[in-house]
Design a protein around this ligand. Structure first.
Ligand SMILES: CCCCCCCCCCCCC/C=C/C(=O)SCCNC(=O)CCNC(=O)[C@H](O)C(C)(C)COP(=O)(O)OP(=O)(O)OC[C@H]1O[C@@H](n2cnc3c(N)ncnc32)[C@H](O)[C@@H]1OP(=O)(O)O
Length: 300
């Protein structure tokens, strides 16, 4: 609600301005210019910029070290997505990362390990909202994946309309079982909608992380190119999608996706409860502790 109120107060992008907004102790800086008709919104975690000539926004994540999705990052993502959504001249959004070799490492595991219950609930609700917003966006959304994209990172990518991935030794997939946790139903549904039931069943049980070639083969991503070309390729693909009648395209998208979103809308509170109960189990806490330790030991 607070987020909605704040967004309601934001002025349109096409005005000259520099606005500084403090949100949850973080600072959002906006630079606008009437001549170039473009505006950047930057937080500690991301930058949202709109090319007013093309109507294409770029949402670049840059939360070091691995774009881990913690509560603050998810809050910023929600604000940025809502802002792009509400900007009439914005037609498409490229979701990408400003960090080398990483799209997103998924949920910040520290949010789930030895959590404070109140923050844990808020964290999960903010993630749910981010997914509903991205999956149901009226915009054409394209993920430009120039790095690893496990679990929550894969969810974000799958929630876009099209995925461009860099060739190279990067991995994408829902690897939750490798952490001793279970992908919730709306993660699973999103994957089923992307690559089909059988492939999802196999991938989920194994916690399979796909290399780029294999991801292309099963349809988890749609196009491969060199790392440096990923955003360019995403933007080129976007122009093809933007030629389609927007209303017809949006209605088609909604017809395909709304039932999946509605499943979470009606079960949102139950899903938060299920998540909290599951994550706070001793066995799950132990598994997360081991996994964090193994990540740290990998670094030596
Ligand atoms: C009965 C059923 C009921 C079910 C009810 C529902 C229940 C729901 C349960 C819960 C569901 C939760 C869903 C979870 C989704 C997730 O997204 S979980 C996160 C999964 N992510 C990962 O597994 C990725 C882990 N990271 C990596 O594999 C690597 O870091 C990398 C991404 C491949 C990058 O490698 P590299 O560049 O070599 O960097 P590193 O050195 O490994 O990492 C740098 C530092 O970052 C830390 N880190 C990495 N990832 C995370 C993370 N996800 N969270 C927090 N921290 C992370 C890493 O530890 C390093 O830290 P330092 O050593 O301190 O520098």
């Amino acid at each position: 609600m607070a987020v909605r109120t704040l967004l309601g107060l934001l002025r349109p992008w096409q005005q000259f301005r520099t606005t500084i907004i403090t949100l949850r102790g973080k600072t959002l800086v906006e630079h606008g210019c009437a001549r170039s008709m473009s505006t950047d919104t930057t937080t500690d975690n991301l930058t949202l910029s709109l090319d007013s000539k093309t109507g294409i926004a770029t949402l670049e994540m840059h939360r070091k070290p691995v774009n881990g999705l913690n509560l603050e990052m998810l809050t910023d993502l929600n604000i940025a997505l809502e802002k792009a959504e509400n900007e009439k001249s914005c037609k498409g959004l490229v979701l990408t990362s400003g960090l080398p070799k990483i799209f997103s490492a998924g949920l910040d595991i520290l949010e789930m390990y030895q959590p404070k219950p109140e923050r844990l609930a808020e964290f999960w609700r903010t993630l749910q909202n981010m997914w509903m917003r991205l999956y149901g966006s009226r915009l054409v959304t394209i993920a430009a994946i120039a790095g690893h994209s496990p679990a929550g990172g894969c969810l974000m990518a799958m929630s876009c309309d099209y995925r461009v991935m860099a060739t190279g030794k990067y991995a994408i997939g829902l690897n939750e079982t490798l952490l001793g946790i279970v992908a919730p139903f709306w993660f699973r549904d999103t994957m089923v909608n992307t690559i089909g039931h059988r492939e999802t069943e196999r991938a989920l049980q194994l916690g399979h992380l796909y290399g780029a070639d294999e991801a292309l083969k099963v349809g988890l991503v749609d196009h491969l190119c060199d790392q440096e070309e990923v955003v360019k390729a995403a933007t080129e693909e976007m122009s093809r999608w933007l030629k389609v009648n927007a209303v017809a395209r949006q209605l088609s998208k909604s017809a395909m996706r709304q039932a999946t979103i509605d499943k979470l809308v009606v079960r949102q509170e139950q899903d938060i409860e299920d998540f909290m109960t599951f994550v706070q189990r001793d066995a799950v806490q132990k598994a997360l502790g081991f996994y964090l330790q193994s990540l740290r030991e990998k670094r030596g």
